[in-house]
Design a protein around this ligand. Structure first.
Ligand code: ATP
Ligand code: MG
Length: 872
């Protein structure tokens, strides 16, 4: 069975069991303050488990792109070392939201594995939660009883809290789980060691493939557990591991999910993959794995960058580059060349890679080139460190510095040091690293209290498309403390007109007023697990009151102008530059808008003008807002609306239309494009290879912009004595300047040659040396020329000059003919060094020419007096 078939059979099986099949949500999470990436199949459904969203389909199944490289689930260091942990992998899952529970989940899992996939019953073990005294949790008797009906008792094993009690995070829904493990060892080995003893022992051939989680608790901030109102099922099966078992191979990398990529790496690196623990093979696994994670992240809209999720992606890619560099001898960019096979083999289920192939290749290549340069720099630095080093152990601080400042990884440093018979102080390194982490933790640590629930309310209705004001009740609130923001309160209302940050648009600000007229400002609005959270610095005296809440109208309006203009800009870019333009991110603020998009060259000034004109024409065209709420996704697409990659859409969507601009969008917009008044592009730049950024302003901001320009213009005019034609006036000044410069240059030349002649006449002969020492007034570079010219014309010259270019600056120059240097053992460097002290400075140079600088021109007479002593 091919991977493609295995995936399809899973979905078909659960479709038969009345599950709704949904597509994978994007792997990169946007606007989720608690998590950067989807790390388990349940993440896109969090709000259902938390009871914060009404369940529309109580049975769902899918394959979900997951990434485990940060936070609670981080497998990065394992990847490539073993054969069954990936950074990015697909998790097949079936869900019950308050519908079926343990009985069906267990029976169906077994049916699928044994009857559809025909996995040998005698190769599998299942585990059940053994209970935990400290948490007051009992043995999972129900799960045990259901398993006992289909699996021999000696294949049902007990598992502890670590393996068999699943938790989403430090807080939130959780519950006992039952895992299914498969023993893929040979019959011979099975006879030697009982498989039972290898379950959950990190054995590469006795591995967990499926975890059935029975969500029934909620973990609170104080660590205690409470029962959830409903019971849910959340299962997750590693797709690549399942393929390994069904395809009868010993490693995920030997399945057809990975072999095409590995063949390509073999060709590029001219190296054979032997599935061993050798560094070359580890490197091939690392690269085959990481290219998937990086390509999918970019397709989902997450470019590598210097912070947050972008930095995580950068680190994954760099890990792959480094393994290629060190163990496969790849000194040039090569990973981007794998995107082609990846796209061929994955696009059946994930069209996003194929659609954005060129962009993904460009971005990866650019990252590779820049990191290879970093590696090069690091290697040079390391060379210097090694050659200056006196002990066999390099300081850990240095190694940390290389990592921290130059991105040069410590294991590579270690490798190179070893090759040179050296090592480094690992303790010192670790302690530096810890110190840095601690600083980071302190800066970002957030303490979140439990929600105080005032009213049970399953969904908070957003009414902000139609009104900016409402009378509301607080349904829940909690305190959140961090070093950065101090104490903040998060308030949730039964209904709200406040738009929560999302789709690029900033969250609304505004205020809340109680019946006594006391107001509390709402400083930001965000969405978390489907709750619209309002941030306030304090809490109302009596939170159970009825409140009037009001959105800051002015800010909202300006933001709306920018949001609508963003749509028009998007339309303009696709019309003028071409339909290869894909939105890669946007930021819609009240003061400006920013739009990132794929395009492979600089947008010319003429094009920018055309784009601006295009948008302004639509503003002048007075296009009314045409809003379609809750229309089926397919209807919107059929109408020509654009869906963005990396965006999560529901079955029904909202479509925003202004003339021919049609976008799926949850943001807020002006009633009519004429509200925007005017659109002005303020900058165009590159943010990554193949990704451009345009920044622009609208409405009042344009008025301010032109007012500023006007002001500057009048200042320029008045500086030009109110010339009739300022441009001409400036040109005239520039021309005059050029002429004057020429004159000055000629004058200086004449001066130098006059000087030379007069100096010649002042030369004294002392002990066979033609000597002159004098204070003159000339530019330093002219002095050097003068010295060498004189030296050419006059034999045995000792030429010493002092200048005082400023009140607190003195310069000394000494020229000594080369033959004198040898015959009389004279040294210009020594002369200026010693005499430099008299002008409170220092200097040096070569024996035949040297200069010194100091800050006391007052010392010059004494210097000139002393020079003679060197030749007498
Ligand atoms: P393991 O102990 O093997 O790391 P886990 O306990 O972390 O697994 P779960 O969080 O229960 O795994 O995830 C559900 C399923 O997803 C697992 O049974 C496994 O098949 C798969 N899985 C988990 N982590 C990875 C990974 N890093 N790469 C590939 N598949 C994974
Ligand atoms: Mg794990």
């Amino acid at each position: 069975m091919t991977a493609q078939e295995i995936r399809q059979q899973f979905l078909d099986f659960f479709k038969d069991k009345e599950h709704k099949i949904v597509p994978s949500a994007p792997m990169v999470l946007k606007n989720d303050p608690t998590l950067m990436f989807v790390n388990a199949g349940m993440v896109p459904f969090k709000e259902y488990f938390l009871g914060q969203k009404k369940v529309t389909d109580s049975r769902v199944a899918d394959t979900q792109k997951c990434l485990r490289v940060s936070g609670k689930h981080n497998d990065l260091e394992e990847v490539g070392m073993d054969t069954y942990h990936h950074t990015m992998f697909e998790m097949l899952g079936n869900w019950s939201f308050g519908d079926y529970f343990k009985k069906e989940a267990i029976a169906w899992a077994w049916e699928l594995l044994t009857e559809v996939y025909k996995i040998d019953k005698n190769s599998m073990y299942v585990t059940v939660f053994e209970g935990d005294k400290s948490e007051n949790l009992d043995f999972d008797q129900d799960a045990y009883d259901y398993w006992k009906k289909i699996v021999p008792e000696d294949r049902i094993l007990n598992g502890n809290k670590k393996d068999n009690f699943w938790e989403m995070g430090a807080q939130g829904p959780c519950g006992p789980c039952s895992e299914i493990h498969v023993d893929i060892r040979s019959a011979e080995e099975k006879a030697k060691v009982d498989g039972k003893t290898l379950v959950n022992m990190d054995h590469p051939q006795v591995i967990e493939i499926w975890n059935l989680v029975f969500m029934e608790f909620n973990r609170k901030a104080d660590g205690s557990l409470e029962k959830l109102p409903n019971q849910h099922v959340d299962t997750g099966m590693g797709f690549e591991r399942l393929c390994m078992v069904i395809q009868g191979v010993q490693s995920n990398y030997d399945t057809d999910v990975f072999t095409p990529i590995i063949r390509e790496i073999e060709t590029i690196a001219n190296s054979k993959y032997n599935a061993s623990d050798k560094k070359e093979d580890v490197a091939i696994r690392v690269i085959a794995d990481h290219i998937r994670a990086v390509a999918f992240a970019i397709a989902d809209g997450q470019l590598p960058s210097n912070n947050g999720a972008g930095y995580v992606i950068r680190r994954i890619l760099r890990r792959a580059i480094r393994y290629g560099f060190t163990f496969l001898n790849q000194k040039d960019a090569f990973i981007y060349r794998l995107v082609d096979v990846l796209s061929k083999h994955m696009s059946g289920s994930f069209p996003e890679i194929k659609a954005q192939k060129q962009l993904i290749e460009n971005v990866i290549k650019e990252e590779e080139l820049s990191f290879l340069r970093t590696l090069d720099q690091g290697l040079n630095l390391l060379d210097t460190i090694i050659s200056n080093n006196k002990s066999p152990k390099i300081s850990g601080k240095k190694v940390f510095e290389l990592k921290d400042t130059y991105g040069f990884p410590e294991d590579l440093t270690d490798l190179i040091l070893r090759e040179n018979g050296l090592s480094y102080n690992e303790e010192e390194f670790t302690s530096e690293l810890e110190k840095q982490k601690e600083r980071g933790r302190k800066a970002t640590a957030v303490e979140t209290d439990d929600w105080q629930i005032l009213i049970e309310d399953d969904e908070e209705e957003f009414i902000g498309y139609d009104t900016l004001e409402a009378t509301v009740k607080i349904t829940r609130y909690r305190k959140v403390s961090s070093k950065k923001d101090g104490d903040m309160y998060q308030l949730v209302f039964n209904i709200t007109p406040f738009y929560p940050e999302g789709g690029g648009q900033v969250g609304d600000k505004g205020y809340l007023e109680d019946p006594n007229g006391d107001t509390i400002y709402i400083v930001d609005t965000k969405k978390e697990n489907n709750l619209i959270i309002h941030f306030a610095k304090s809490l109302p005296k009596d939170p159970s009151h009825l409140f009037t809440i009001k959105v800051d109208e002015k800010q909202r309006f300006r933001t709306e102008c920018n949001h609508t203009a963003t749509h028009l800009l998007h339309q303009a870019l696709r019309t003028i530059l071409g339909t290869h333009v894909e939105q890669k991110g946007s930021a819609v603020h009240s003061k400006y808008l920013r739009f990132d998009f794929s395009h492979f060259s600089k947008v010319t000034n003429e094009q920018l003008q055309e784009i601006e004109d295009f948008v302004n024409a639509r503003i002048q065209g007075k296009l009314p807002l045409n809003e379609h709420r809750n229309i089926p996704m397919q209807t919107a697409i059929d109408n020509g609306a654009m869906a963005l990659f990396g965006e999560k859409y529901g079955d029904t969507v909202r479509m925003i239309q202004f003339g021919k601009s049609m976008e799926l969008c949850g943001g807020t917009h002006v009633e009519n494009t004429s509200d925007i008044w005017h659109f002005k592009i303020t900058s165009e730049s590159a943010i990554a290879s193949g990704v451009r950024r345009v920044e622009a302003i609208t409405s009042d901001a344009v008025k301010d912009y032109y007012a500023n320009q006007d002001q500057e213009y009048s200042e320029v005019k008045s500086a030009l004595k109110n010339a009739q034609n300022p441009v001409k006036a400036i040109e005239q000044i520039q021309n005059e300047n050029i002429a004057l410069k020429k004159q000055i240059e000629q004058l200086l030349k004449d001066k130098a040659s006059n000087l030379k002649e007069s100096l010649k006449s002042e030369i004294q002969e002392i002990n066979g040396i033609n000597f002159i020492a004098k204070k003159i007034d000339l530019e330093q570079n002219n002095i050097k020329d003068l010295a060498f010219e004189l030296g050419n014309e006059i034999e045995n010259l000792f030429f010493f000059v002092a200048t005082a270019p400023a009140k607190d600056k003195a310069m000394l120059t000494c020229y000594i003919a080369k033959n004198l240097v040898e015959e009389k053992e004279l040294n210009a460097g020594q002369v200026v060094r010693e005499l430099g002290k008299l002008i409170h400075g220092g200097g040096g140079g070569q024996p035949f020419f040297a200069t010194a600088g100091g800050k006391s021109p007052g010392g010059i007479p004494k210097v000139l007096e002393r020079v003679k002593s060197y030749i007498e």
